[in-house]
Design a protein. Structure first.
Length: 535
């Protein structure tokens, strides 16, 4: 039998050859009869013809989808392109260029839904920023957009598949009936695929995506979609923006005649009990910038368990924009303290040690108890009262040396009460709510709330704990408290803010100055306490 010439490999020659009868083929290519009684009368097997038709249908359908089978759909503030693609496994693939992609096991069918996030629409995005209340309805809006886009894509895909298969069938067979059969088979296959996808649809797949590209680190950063951490980044950024706007508004609209902070005052930001809340760093940095804070005082419980694994949480402190004075709380270990001592701009105070920072002299003592697990019985080396007594002795020694302390720091209020009469003011925390009190011998005790909103404990109660901090305005000459602002932000998931200004009674109009603690102020001869506590 003679070999077929190479020209037959040309696509046009193949199509022409398929339409010619066997006798014509024999004449064209010089095929000789091996015997006078043998004729080339072989016809393709029906299964071969069927497989050929299926191949034409699949190729035509794929070409149709490739050319016209996609729709551009606005989904919330994003512009997206939705496309159906042939696939052996099905599912949904969402491409977020250039970050990577995430895949969802949304359905089992021979078609895959591809969603390309093209860009954020500037106008719709800005509208959400300007009107954050619209976020509450964004979920319904996105669901409606996706539903509309899916229906549009289904209709367009039907047209693309049928048109592609019919056109290729007509090109191959040159017979309208066979071309229509190809188009009908394509529509049947698409309908069957759509029915299979609908029957196997798994809406829970969105909770367990698979990430690729740069997004492959997303699970370790944002956690499982069932977790509150999913929205935590948005929450902390919104809080930081909110507190910035509120403080600007306060500076513009404040009409308090009793006290206007002089630019020369020393401004102390008092924070406490952050408990590993990363939102706290953004809020503190915002307050430092807006209030022109000179020094930050942290009265402890920055950590939750005091482990070495938590130390990386502290790396944001050198970037806050002000010196950071810190004492150890009962959730902070000695491991935590040693790590803090190595951070730039951090001043760790313990055992009554005193330092002058930003024009004020500070002294502090670490919490004598380390009880990170609330189920653990306190096993302290000494009681809070004994630790407070040691701090009081250190304060007396500083005064005797001619370097009196302006502000003392102790985590527990019970320890702080032991220094009454030895310092004008002492800062503490631990209680997770704000208090201001002038004690019996004249020392003012300031208890700060939780600047971390109680950390992970915020989700334990019916209502989340607020995030609290204070700005203390200290006179640069006398180094005494002139006024303080209490700042309270909505707890986890809330975006409310409240700023209130308070004056010591000795700084209110017409009041006589209240005495300072004995031996610490300009009037060292008076030991009479203020008549009341905080206003």
């Amino acid at each position: 039998m003679a070999r077929v010439p190479a020209a037959v490999l040309n696509a046009r020659s193949i199509l022409n050859a398929l339409r010619k009868p066997p006798r014509a083929l024999a004449r064209q290519y010089g095929r000789r009869r091996s015997h006078p009684s043998v004729e080339l009368v072989h016809q393709p097997h029906p299964w071969v013809r069927a497989l050929g038709l299926v191949a034409v249908v699949l190729l035509g359908a794929w070409l149709g989808l490739l050319i016209v089978g996609n729709v551009r759909v606005p989904v919330g503030p994003m512009n997206t392109t939705m496309t159906l693609r042939p696939s052996l496994t099905g599912g949904t693939k969402i491409n977020v260029s250039p970050l990577g992609a995430l895949q969802l096991d949304s359905h089992q069918a021979p078609v895959r839904l591809d969603v390309n996030v093209d860009q954020l629409d500037p106008e719709r995005s800005q509208a959400l920023v300007d009107h954050p209340e619209r976020l509450s309805g964004l979920q319904d809006e996105v669901a409606a957009d996706v539903e509309h886009g899916t229906l549009d894509l289904a209709l367009r895909s039907c047209v693309a598949v049928v048109a592609g298969a019919t056109a290729l069938g007509l090109a191959v067979y040159r017979r309208p009936r066979r071309a229509l059969a190809a188009g009908g088979l394509a529509l049947t296959l698409l309908a069957a695929s759509g029915g299979t996808a609908y029957a196997t649809w798994n809406p829970e797949s969105v909770l367990e995506p698979r990430f690729s590209g740069l997004l492959s680190s997303a699970p370790s950063l944002v956690g499982n979609a069932r977790s509150i951490v999913t929205e935590f980044d948005v929450y902390q950024k919104e809080l930081a923006r909110l507190v910035t706007n509120v403080t600007k508004l306060y500076d513009v609209t404040s009409t308090l005649p009793a006290y206007r902070p002089d630019p020369t005052t020393i401004r102390v930001l008092h924070v406490s009990d952050i408990h590993l809340n990363p939102a706290s760093w953004k809020i503190i940095a915002s307050l430092v910038k807006q209030y022109k804070v000179d020094v930050i005082v942290d009265s402890g419980d920055t950590m939750d368990h005091g482990t070495a694994a938590e130390n990386g949480f502290l790396d944001s402190i050198p970037d806050l924009g002000a010196p950071y004075v810190w004492v150890r709380g009962n959730h902070d270990s000695l491991t935590t303290q040693r790590y803090m001592e190595g951070l730039k701009g951090v001043h760790v105070l313990d055992n009554g040690e005193a330092r002058t920072i930003a024009g004020l002299r500070f002294a502090g003592i670490g919490d004598p108890q380390f009880t990170p697990d609330r189920s653990t019985n306190p096993g302290a080396d000494e009681s809070q009262e004994a630790a407070g007594a040691r701090l009081a002795a250190a304060l007396r020694a500083q005064r005797a040396a001619g370097t009196p302390v302006d502000l003392a720091i102790a985590h527990e209020p019970s320890a702080a009460r032991e220094v009454d009469g030895e310092v004008p003011m002492i800062l503490s925390g631990h209680l997770h709510h704000q208090e201001m009190e002038v004690m019996e011998k004249g020392t003012r005790l300031r208890v700060e709330g939780s600047t971390g909103g109680s950390g992970l404990r915020a989700v334990e109660g019916k209502y989340p704990d607020p995030i609290e901090a204070s700005i203390l305005y200290m006179d640069r000459d006398t180094r005494r408290l002139q006024a303080w602002d209490e700042i309270k932000l909505g707890g986890l998931g809330l975006t409310t803010a409240e700023v209130s200004r308070h004056l010591p009674e000795d700084n209110q109009p017409g009041a006589t100055p209240s005495p300072t603690a004995p031996g610490t102020g300009p009037d060292t001869g008076s030991a009479t306490a203020s008549p009341t506590g905080s206003p």
